[in-house]
Design a protein around this ligand. Structure first.
Ligand code: ATP
Ligand code: MG
Length: 414
């Protein structure tokens, strides 16, 4: 038997109602907050990601699905959404209008990681990007949307972690101090972190290896090195969150480790997900546009991992569907009449099904039960001759005779 590729997951019919629900909540809320949907391709030139995400990140170092196109150009399956959105915004001049500066997306991302619970090689994200706004209250709006998304889905026990990583200049001084502090104890850190010490020292704060986490508890704290501007911005964000009664925890280890990230960084964690506890994360990326040769444009966004969200939702949280009508036709004239009726009911906008192989009423009603039909509409030869059908409530078993001409109108009220 052929199987799917390692780290990829099918979303089965039993699970799709839950996914549809999550996507509806995402679309509805993002729209309420003034974001418009953008749909970008799932692959781009490799250069876009290499340049924007940064050469020393996990993603670019080892997680990208990169392949050569037939003309030899290097392409990469999108590992995240922001780079592609910024590329599209620049290409289509979306910054020119205030109606296209707040964007959201939903869709699959691809990273070659070690598959485990909550970590897959194809996974889905809901993300938003607010472009061109420097004001601290937009940071608050973005986090409010993220929190409302989770609370609308009924998720509990979540923590909003927040930090400010200042500007590139603020960090220069801090990184110097951090390296100085870590130098004598470098040997105690994991191999990755020993390497990061020279390539991207901020990422050490973010390492998930226990001994590294322990060590970073003692390091100097980034917010002690913020400039006045960054400090004022951070305080305004915290005040804004408090004004909306959004609880947060300041987390000094929360960094995004890339040059173009600046000031606000945040993530939301759940205690119910084991090692993969982060369900959503984001931050400001005020210099990304310039990295991609665009105009200087402050920006902030987040991305939510939807597989992790589904892991937190109760299995049986299915959305209620409209009633299902089972059309049970049998006999030489009943069967064809039932078939056209089935089509009419569907055209009238209702959910209907049948069993073409069922030839007796008993067999057909059994099929109706198996499909979970709410009503059966029975058309045998007698009914066909008198232009009627029997409408049977599958739960109460109460039956009534209905004229075929009126039936779609009658059942529309069910
Ligand atoms: P992690 O620390 O878990 O590797 P990350 O920092 O790589 O996360 P981001 O790039 O910030 O993650 O992506 C935002 C969200 O997307 C994460 O918080 C997570 O919920 C989800 N996510 C990231 N990678 C995966 C994956 N391989 N499988 C499933 N979900 C993922
Ligand atoms: Mg990762």
């Amino acid at each position: 038997m052929l199987r799917s590729v390692k780290g990829l997951k099918d979303i089965l019919p039993q699970q799709t109602p839950q996914w549809q629900h999550i996507e509806t909540v995402a679309r509805t809320l993002a729209t309420q907050y003034g974001f418009s949907e953008i749909r970008i391709p799932i692959f781009e030139f490799t250069e876009l990601y290499a340049r924007s995400i940064g050469g020393t990140t996990d993603i670019v170092e080892k997680e990208m699905y990169t392949f050569l196109d037939r003309d030899g150009s290097s392409l990469t399956l999108r590992p995240e959404g922001t780079a592609g959105v910024v590329r599209a915004v620049l290409e289509h001049k979306l910054l020119d209008s205030p109606t296209t500066r707040k964007l959201f997306y939903l869709g699959p991302m691809f990273r070659h990681e070690r598959p485990q619970a909550g970590r897959y090689r194809q996974f889905h994200q809901f993300g938003v990007e607010a472009l061109g706004i420097d004001h601290p209250l937009i940071d608050v709006e973005v986090m409010a949307l993220l929190c409302q998304f989770f609370s609308s889905l009924g998720l509990e026990d979540l923590t909003l972690h927040i930090n400010s990583i200042g500007t590139l200049n603020d960090r220069e001084v801090y990184i110097h101090k951090l390296k100085e502090f870590l130098s004598p104890i470098l040997k105690t850190l994991c191999g990755n972190c020993q390497r990061r010490h020279s390539t991207n020292p901020l990422r050490i704060l973010d390492c998930k290896v226990p001994v590294c986490q322990e060590t970073t508890q003692q390091t100097p704290i980034l917010i002690d090195y913020l400039s006045d501007n960054s400090r004022t911005h951070f305080q305004a964000v915290l005040d804004g969150l408090s004004a909306l009664d959004i609880a947060y925890t300041i987390n000094h280890r929360l960094v995004r480790g890339l040059d173009y990230y600046s000031r606000t960084t945040f993530e939301i964690t759940s205690p119910h997900l084991g090692a993969q506890s982060t369900i959503g994360a984001g931050g400001r990326y005020d210099s990304l546009f310039q990295v991609l040769h665009g105009p200087s444009t402050p920006a902030i966004g987040f991305a939510v991992g939807l597989e992790r969200v589904t892991l937190l939702l109760a299995e049986d949280q299915t959305t209620k569907k409209s009633p299902l009508f089972f059309v049970a036709g049998f006999g030489d004239t009943g069967k064809p009449k039932a078939f056209t009726l089935l089509y009419k009911i569907r055209q009238a906008g209702m959910r209907a099904d049948t069993d073409h192989k069922g030839n007796t009423l008993k067999a057909l009603l059994r099929s109706a039960d198996k499909l979970g039909a709410d009503y059966s509409i029975i058309v045998g030869d007698n009914e066909a001759d008198s232009n009627t059908a029997i409408l049977r409530n599958m739960q109460t078993k109460v039956q009534e005779i209905v004229n075929l001409e009126e039936i779609t109108q009658r059942i529309q009220k069910k």
